[in-house]
Ligand binder design. Structure first.
Ligand code: ADP
Ligand code: MG
Length: 253
């Protein structure tokens, strides 16, 4: 398999007035095409710093980082921004959708920054494809306030996919969602991963991490555990369990 992410001896030190903070320490990590990885760890363990590095939002202090075979440290900030826009889709805890703008228009946004610009028909093809991939077909013309939390997060995922990135990065994507909606979103990620999309996400919830294929745990800036998920949760199975529990509760009341 081809590595999408290849980190060798990565360090990130924040220089602050109160002294240096060594947020990521000597991390070596390889993630291949088609993987679905959860990064876990307590608050302050370096998860967000790692994600910012993987997403080319931040430069490591030392070490080698190859994104899809490209040595990112050798690029100018403009080139890095370009690579980021082409190769990486981001999903955040807070959705970050424009409020007065329909789902379709939110999804089109990243294409406004594309070089060269896509033709109108290519834009439409891409939006239709990601609406289909995220199961949002009939919600395309709704503004965010007319969508449920799960649908809003799916719009954010569709927007992250519209540039057809090599990698989807998500920092606590279920952090603002209730249990049922979190399972729904993990189902959307599983369906995307089944189609070959590589996903790396941060979560502090162990049962959410169980939907992915590989769990990495960080502590004090280091990777302390990295293992394949055995018996991983499937969204449709867990949703059916919730439905049965609800039915039992309804019958008992
Ligand atoms: P996590 O996402 O696991 O909570 P972070 O990567 O946000 O961890 O933080 C790791 C460490 O780096 C923490 O000690 C945090 O306080 C520190 N840190 C994070 N961002 C900055 C920054 N911009 N400047 C200084 N220190 C930072
Ligand atoms: Mg964080």
């Amino acid at each position: 398999m081809r590595p999408i992410l290849d980190l060798q001896g990565i360090n990130r030190v924040y220089r602050t007035g109160a002294g240096d903070i060594h947020a990521v320490r000597d991390v070596s990590l390889r993630i291949d095409q088609g993987e679905f990885v959860a990064i876990m760890g307590a608050s302050g363990s370096g998860k967000s710093t790692m994600m910012n590095t993987l997403g080319c939002l931040d430069q490591p202090t030392s070490g080698l980082f190859l994104l899809d075979g490209i040595d990112v440290s050798k690029l100018s900030p403009e080139e890095r921004a370009e690579i980021r826009n082409q190769k990486i889709g981001f999903v955040f805890q807070g959705f970050n959708l424009l409020a007065r703008t329909t789902a379709r228009e939110n999804i089109e946004l990243p294409m406004l920054y594309a070089h060269p610009q896509f033709s109108r028909s290519e834009q439409e093809r891409r939006v239709d494809r990601v609406l289909e991939l995220t199961g949002l077909g009939d919600r395309a013309d709704h503004v965010p306030s007319k969508l449920s939390g799960g649908q809003q997060q799916r719009v954010a995922i569709a927007r992250a996919l519209v540039m057809e990135p090599a990698l989807l990065l998500a920092d606590e994507p279920t952090g603002n969602l209730d249990t049922r909606t979190s399972i729904e979103i993990m189902g959307a990620f599983q369906a995307l991963n089944d189609q070959g999309i590589t996903i790396v996400m941060v979560t502090h919830e162990l049962d959410i991490a169980q939907y992915t294929k590989r769990n990495i745990v960080m502590r004090d800036g280091r990777i302390i555990s990295d293992r394949k998920v055995e018996n991983r949760n499937r969204s449709e199975v867990e949703m059916a369990k919730l439905d049965r529990e609800q039915l039992a509760a309804d019958l008992a009341s």
